[in-house]
Design a binder for this molecule. Structure first.
Ligand code: BGC
Length: 351
């Protein structure tokens, strides 16, 4: 009896048939840090559709900002049979441990949008994150009284997200020369744990108190945290008066631009990043070689000279969005809906 059962399992494994004869689909895992930022659930849905249409079973896990949980979830997806995983890292250092472990079993992990600091990742696909930072700083400076002079506040993203440091690198490329000249003075420099809007609000409340409202611009790193900060600024009459940056061209962020509160956001067309990652995942799942990626030293990507090895990368272009080009870049391209962006906005542009 036992021999027959073993033989049946072996036949099922060879033919790919299970249960009542349906072919077993190969599995691809999607591992997300959280679903709090607008983009992640959208991208989960886009990736799931593409991969299911390509004939894969998709396993999805969300770590709710818990780096240890994310490691467990990745290993668990491997136990369930995933041979390829696309991962948005909560913590680029912590997730490297899980990647190193599953890579030994031949599992391929694609770092999606955020770097996982391991030379064993199969690929890293993202946007030009340093350019995001440059565009944030430039957007804020352009909205200040010219030439830009005064006190600035820096609001970084989650310190465990390598992107947060790349955004800061780009921001400082633009700001540092003006700081060195004495035109700009950094009066507060904070990072926002988990990219959380409520944390950003609290941080901004403290900055408002500590500086006695004496700042002229805020370089914040995404829409969620900028809108949190704006809530605190609104309470003291500073919203719409002090320029502030965001990122992601979220519906709420774009609506805030249309209402004249958020100054600038950065459009990263995730509709191009998801198919790219899925295409790589499918190629890897089929055992094909991946081409068109640029080997990039981990030391460059992390700013940490002790990190050795290179990873195959691709970075997509980013676009600065202000009130002037909001409709054209965000609405006309179909990235956000007209009704969402111009909700309760007096005198919106024609549809
Ligand atoms: C992403 C941003 C996002 C942020 C918070 C970053 O790594 O690049 O697009 O707003 O994480 O989720």
């Amino acid at each position: 009896m036992k021999k027959i059962a073993i033989a049946m399992v072996a036949i099922a494994a060879i033919t790919g048939l299970v249960g009542c004869g349906a072919p077993a689909k190969p599995k691809i895992g999607l591992s997300f840090s959280d679903f709090a930022t607008e983009r992640w659930p959208r991208e989960r849905d886009q990736m799931s559709t593409i991969l299911k249409d390509a004939g894969y079973e998709v396993l999805v896990q969300e770590a709710n900002h818990d780096a240890k949980l994310q490691n467990d979830q990745v290993k668990n997806m491997v136990t369930q049979g995933a041979k390829v995983i696309i991962a948005v890292a909560e913590d680029g250092d912590a997730l490297a441990t899980a990647v190193d472990e599953v890579a030994k079993k031949g599992v391929q992990v694609i770092a999606y949008d955020r770097l996982i600091k391991s030379p064993n990742i199969a690929a890293y696909v993202s946007f030009d994150n340093v350019d995001v930072g440059r565009n944030q700083a430039n957007g804020v400076l352009a909205a200040m009284k010219q030439p830009p002079k005064g006190n600035i506040v820096l609001l970084g993203g989650s310190p465990t997200d390598n992107n947060a440091h790349l955004f800061r690198k780009g921001q400082m490329e633009v700001l540092q020369p003006l700081i060195d000249k004495g035109d700009l003075k950094v009066v507060a420099d904070q990072w926002v744990e988990n990219w959380d809007a409520a944390n950003a609000k609290k941080v901004m409340e403290n900055i408002i108190t500590a500086t006695n409202k004496k700042f002229d611009a805020v370089v914040a790193s995404n829409d969620g945290t900028a809108l949190g900060a704006l809530e605190a600024m609104k309470a003291v009459g500073m919203a719409g008066k002090v320029p502030i940056s965001g990122q992601d061209a979220t519906e709420a962020g774009c609506n805030s631009i249309a209402r004249g509160e958020l100054t600038v956001t950065i459009l990263k067309d995730t509709r191009k990043l998801t198919p790219l990652a899925c295409d790589l995942a499918v190629k890897l799942a089929k055992g094909e070689k991946i081409t068109d990626l640029t080997p990039t030293p981990l030391a460059d990507l992390t700013g940490d000279a002790s990190k050795t090895g290179t990873v195959p990368c691709k970075f997509l272009q980013v676009f600065q969005v202000t009130k002037t080009n909001l409709k054209q870049l965000v609405v006309d391209s179909g990235f956000q809906s007209y009704d969402g962006v111009y909700k309760d906005v007096p005198n919106p542009p024609a549809k």
